[in-house]
Design a protein around this ligand. Structure first.
Ligand code: HEM
Length: 209
């Protein structure tokens, strides 16, 4: 979606970071487009974008239904204490404090991040629809502040995904190979000898309850 979006954006590049009228950074500098071979591919970008948006939206809906039916949402959605503990998780990850706050399958920073990314996905669908059909869905476009605002929101959500992706990849790399393997397979390989002394997290949570 990001790639096809950039193919579209090239045709009308309006965003940048400006201070007192002085442009510090333009999304994106000319070399970026040239290096990736982006120019003059607007039609291709639109086709790809409107094809893959169906997979993006349907996949998101299936994921949400699955988390509800399986009860996984309980481990993913932040609880009130998450907002107090998440900064401590960040301080722990930055090696500023030693003690990690108590956690279940996911820590509080993960709960907030993973729920936010789902809300951002919904935001992309909603803002995307508002700029895709601004006439037919004029009520939605107005609700989002009008066409210009909806386009802006759609674009900056994409920047949000890129930032999330970078932090996520760094965290996954730091968490190590075993964690990555369990992210892909959905299973955690546990050394039988160790597991006798240290029960799995689910069992610890049950015991605590
Ligand atoms: C799923 C429903 C989506 C719909 C209906 C949709 C629709 C659109 C439309 C109509 C445009 C053209 C805007 C213009 O005229 O400039 C656009 C641009 C764009 N989209 Fe989407 N989009 C969707 C999802 C996404 C997602 C998930 C991403 C990124 C992760 C994304 C990233 C972009 C980007 C970067 C642009 C170019 C920005 C711009 O030109 O303003 N879109 N999208």
């Amino acid at each position: 979606m990001i790639w096809s979006g950039i193919l579209i954006y090239w045709a009308n590049q309006v965003y940048g970071i400006r201070i007192f009228g002085y442009e510090l950074f333009k999304f994106f500098p000319p070399w970026f487009y040239e290096y990736l071979g982006i120019p003059f591919r607007l039609a291709e970008g639109l086709q790809l974008h409107f094809f893959f948006m169906w997979f993006f939206a349907v996949n998101g809906v299936i994921y949400i239904i699955y988390t509800i039916i399986s009860g996984e949402w309980r481990a993913l959605v932040p609880i009130p204490a998450s907002f107090k503990r998440a900064p401590l998780v960040a301080l722990h990850d930055a090696h500023i404090v030693k003690k990690l706050p108590p956690q279940g399958k996911y820590n509080d920073a993960q709960r907030i991040a993973y729920t936010s990314i789902i809300l951002m996905g919904a935001g992309s669908v909603v803002t995307g629809l508002a700029i895709y059909k601004p006439m037919q869905l004029s009520w939605l476009t107005s609700l989002l502040g009008g066409y210009e605002w909806a386009r802006w929101e759609h674009f900056y959500l994409m920047i949000g995904y890129v930032l999330f992706f970078v932090v996520h990849i760094v965290q996954v790399a730091l968490a190590g190979w075993a964690n990555f393997r369990s992210m892909i397979t959905g299973y955690d390989a546990v050394d039988a000898a160790v597991s006798v002394d240290k029960p799995p997290i689910a069992a610890t949570e049950e015991a605590a309850a």
